[in-house]
Design a protein around this ligand. Structure first.
Ligand code: UDP
Length: 387
């Protein structure tokens, strides 16, 4: 019997995402593998998503990422409209065996409220949950509604009530765009890269300061709030500062951005993103939050670039210190570790790009992630079938 899964990727970005998009990249990686394994996938996303699926449900024509900077009630409005579309679709049909939800904590409550008619649901946690216990509130769906995390450390930090509903964790895999086998190695340049949303938790301010102090060229890639290009941020007036990430950038990162030692290039996508990371001496993650899944960390390994990071969140699970990267609990050591890992000082040869690629090909393949999710789907469905 064919398994039909409703995959909820949410209303914020199309799938695959045009550039930045951690959750959407995971969905874009997972779905083709599931379909190869014979699963029918109904994707709940936005109309502009181009990922090949069996069927699509969409309320909005395109990604509503820009709405995330609006007041909270308007953000909730977008979220609720999307969810209502999903619930309407579920009420109208009976062929969905399981909902795999990636975005809406609220969606789980909605599903639970649908009663026994709702299909069983697996919700993949993508955030640092210790900070957002209120999002999950009462997960009163009995055994029909279960959660999984993206790393062991994330689940260990999750509120107790949530852990009680968990069915295990799955490491994020790498997007197909950086499939280790298909991306020929590119020559290394001199730069170090930080790939990710510009945000206090991702620590670009610390990275930029250390680049000046330790003397390595640093490229910052990623959006600042809803702004993807430096010229768009420059053109936005003072109103843009209502966004906390824009304020963080202006106050703590921009003072180090001199266009020479430290550059901010905005969001990078596709081949440009892969080349930027693959040609870097090291990927730096000066994290100040407990990184839950670290898609960009795994991508860096797949692209043959060693990782230097604060040992927070899932980093110790993903990186083997001394082989695929260097980790430290002391922020001020990061600058020296970047020089050593990247072979940027005479005394150090640097870590081996091939070791990183091998590790990614061994542990973080899309096929492995899909296989693991199929097992979790089975466990959720069995749990839901118990009287
Ligand atoms: N990303 C991108 N271009 C950028 C910055 C980020 O394509 O300029 C992608 C990156 O490759 C990764 C995702 O966005 O796939 C970020 O996911 P991650 O889990 O690392 O960060 P978070 O979801 O916490 O923002």
């Amino acid at each position: 019997m064919t398994l039909t899964v409703l995959m909820n990727a949410g209303p914020w970005l199309s799938v695959p995402p045009p550039g930045y998009g951690g959750i959407e990249n995971v969905v874009a990686t997972l779905v083709p593998e599931l379909r190869r394994l014979g699963v029918r996938v109904v994707l709940a996303s936005v109309e502009s998503s181009t990922l090949p699926v069996d069927e699509k449900i969409a309320v909005f024509p395109d990604g509503q990422f820009h709405a995330l900077q609006r007041p909270y009630n308007q953000v909730c409005g977008v979220s609720q409209a999307h969810l209502s579309g999903v619930v309407r679709a579920l009420h109208a049909r009976d062929d969905i065996d399981l909902v795999h939800d990636h975005v809406e904590a609220v969606g789980l409550a909605t599903l639970a409220a649908m009663g026994p008619d709702a299909p069983p649901a697996l919700h993949t946690l993508h955030w640092d949950l210790a900070k957002h216990p209120e999002l999950y509130g009462n997960l009163d769906g009995g055994d029909r509604v279960r959660v999984n995390g993206v790393s062991a450390s994330q689940l260990a930090r999750a509120p107790e009530a949530l852990r009680a509903h968990s069915v295990g964790h799955v490491h994020l895999s790498t997007p197909l765009a950086v499939d280790a086998d298909r991306h020929a190695p590119v020559p290394k340049g001199d730069h170090v890269v930080i790939l990710g949303r510009i945000n206090p938790g991702k620590g670009q301010d610390l990275g930029a300061r250390l680049a000046h102090e330790a003397g390595f060229p640093l490229v910052l890639a990623g959006p600042v709030g809803p702004y993807h290009r430096p010229e768009d941020l420059a053109a936005a007036g003072d109103e843009a500062r209502q966004n906390p990430d824009v304020r963080f950038f202006h106050d703590h990162v921009a003072p180090y951005v001199d266009g020479d030692r430290v550059r901010w290039v905005g969001t990078v996508a596709g081949r440009d993103r892969d080349d930027l990371v693959a040609s870097a001496r090291a990927s730096l993650f000066p994290l100040r939050w407990e990184e839950p899944g670290g898609t960009a960390v795994v991508e860096s390994l797949a692209l043959g670039t060693p990782v230097v990071a604060t040992a927070r969140g899932c980093l110790p699970e993903l990186i083997e210190h001394g082989r695929t990267g260097l980790l430290t609990g002391v922020e001020e050591e990061l600058g020296d570790l970047v020089l050593a890992a990247g072979g940027l000082v005479l005394a150090a040869g640097g870590l081996e790009p091939d070791e990183c690629r091998r590790e990614a090909a061994r542990r973080f393949t899309p096929a492995r992630m899909a296989q693991r999710y199929l097992e979790l789907y089975e466990r959720v469905r069995q749990g839901a079938a118990q009287p």
